[in-house]
Design a protein around this ligand. Structure first.
Ligand code: ATP
Ligand code: MG
Ligand code: ZN
Length: 328
C-alpha cells in the first residue's frame, strides 16, 4: 500500500514548507520583540545558559541533585519573568514559538503514540490532495465551467422520437449537475451521463469537477483509456511504489470519462467493475460518462456492472445535435 514516490515527495515538501513558514515567522516575531524589549532577549539568553549550566553540573559531579534543583528554580523564575514581561506588553506567552498548522505533529507528518511513530491525519490528507493533483495534471479542467455551458445551443423544437424538447431537457440536466456540485458531499450519489458524441457530457463533468475542487474536495477526473492503460501498466510491471487504485478509491469524487473507448481487455472490464463496486460499497460517488447505451454497456462489461450502475447512479440522457459541428 502506498502512493507513488512523487506524491510522497510533494506531500512531504508541502509539510516542510509549512513548518519552515511557521519557524520563519516565529523568528521574525522574536527579532521584533528583542528590538522593542531588550530585556526579553536577556531573559531568553539567561534561560539558555541555565541549560548549559545544567549540562556542566552533571559532568562536574558532586552534589548534583541540589545544584540541579537550584538551576531548575532559577529557570522557572526566569520563564515567569519573561511571560510577565510579554503579557505587560500585550503579547501571548507563546508569541516567540512557531505556530504550526497542525498541533498534533508540528507539521512533521508524524507523532509518537504509545511508543510508536504514527502517520498524522494531516499528512494522510496531504497525500490524497497531492495524488489528486498528480492525476489531474493532464486534464483540461479549467476550460469547462457552468458559466461557459449554454443551454440555448440545444434545439427548442419538440423532438417526437425523443418525446422531449432538447433544450428543456438539457436545462434540467444542467440544473441537476449544478446543484449536485454546489451541494456535493463525499456521500453524494453517483451519476451516469449517457449520450451521443458532442453533447456536453465531458463539459458538464468537468464543470462539476471544478466546482467540487473549489469547495475543497479531492476530485479525480480521468478518461477511461488513460485510466485503464495506467492500471494495466502498474499491474503488469508490479511496481511497488505506485498505487493508483488507492487514490481512485480514496478520493471524494471519481470521474471516469468516455467509458467504452478504452482498449477492451478482460483486465479493464474486471477493473471497471471492481472500481465502481468498491466505491459504491463505501457510499462514495462516481461520475461515469459514455457513448454506449445500457444494452451496449451490458454487452461490453457485464450484467453485474450494469446492475450496479443501475442501482447506484442517477442516469442523465444527453440529447441534441453534435455541438462540435454546430456554431456557437
Ligand atoms: N452546452 C454547451 N455550451 C457550451 N459549450 C459546449 C456545450 N456542450 C458542449 N460544449 C462544447 O462542445 C465540445 C464538445 O462537448 P463535450 O466534449 O462535452 O461532448 P461529449 O458529450 O463529452 O462528447 P463525447 O461523447 O464525444 O466525449 C466541447 O468543446 C465543449 O466545451
Ligand atoms: Mg466527452
Ligand atoms: Zn499533523
Amino acid at each position: 500500500m502506498g502512493y507513488s514516490s512523487t506524491v510522497y515527495k510533494s506531500a512531504a515538501d508541502k509539510l516542510a514548507q509549512s513548518r519552515l513558514d511557521a519557524e520563519k515567522s516565529a523568528d521574525r516575531r522574536r527579532r521584533e520583540i528583542y528590538e522593542k524589549l531588550p530585556r526579553a532577549k536577556e531573559l531568553e539568553q539567561q534561560i539558555a545558559s541555565c541549560g548549559v549550566e545544567a549540562a556542566r553540573t552533571v559532568l562536574r559531579g558532586g552534589d548534583v541533585v541540589a545544584e540541579m534543583t537550584k538551576l531548575k528554580d532559577k529557570n522557572l523564575s526566569l520563564q515567569a519573568q519573561l511571560r510577565e514581561l510579554l503579557a505587560e506588553n500585550g503579547y501571548a506567552a507563546d508569541v516567540m514559538e512557531p505556530h504550526y498548522a497542525c498541533q498534533n505533529c508540528q507539521d512533521t507528518g508524524y507523532y509518537e503514540y504509545m511508543g510508536r511513530t504514527v502517520m498524522c491525519a494531516c499528512l494522510k490528507q496531504q497525500l490524497v490532495a497531492c495524488a489528486c493533483e498528480e492525476l489531474n495534471r493532464s486534464a483540461p479542467l479549467k476550460l469547462c465551467t457552468f458559466e461557459s455551458f449554454h443551454t440555448d445551443s440545444y434545439s427548442d423544437v419538440f423532438d417526437a422520437s425523443l418525446g422531449v424538447v432538447p433544450r428543456r431537457h438539457m436545462e434540467k440536466i444542467f440544473k441537476f449537475c449544478k446543484s449536485y456540485a454546489q451541494n456535493f458531499t463525499p456521500e453524494a450519489g453517483s451519476i451516469l451521463m449517457k449520450g451521443a458524441t458532442g453533447l456536453g457530457k465531458t463539459h458538464l463533468s468537468l464543470a462539476i469537477a471544478n466546482e467540487v475542487i473549489r469547495r475543497g474536495y479531492g476530485v479525480i477526473y480521468v478518461s477511461a483509456p488513460a485510466l485503464f492503460a495506467k492500471l494495466e501498466k502498474e499491474h503488469f510491471s508490479r511496481s511497488a511504489d505506485s498505487d493508483t487504485m488507492d487514490t481512485l478509491l480514496g478520493c471524494d469524487l471519481l470521474i471516469i470519462d468516455d467509458l467504452g473507448t478504452e482498449f477492451k481487455s478482460q483486465f479493464a472490464t474486471a477493473q471497471a467493475y471492481q472500481l465502481f463496486n468498491a466505491r459504491v460499497l463505501q457510499s462514495k460517488p462516481v461520475i461515469v460518462s459514455t457513448n454506449l447505451t445500457m444494452a451496449e454497456l451490458e454487452r461490453e462489461y457485464s450484467n453485474r456492472f450494469v446492475s450496479r450502475v443501475n442501482g447506484a447512479a442517477q442516469k442523465l440522457d444527453f440529447v441534441g445535435d453534435d455541438l462540435r459541428i454546430k456554431r456557437f
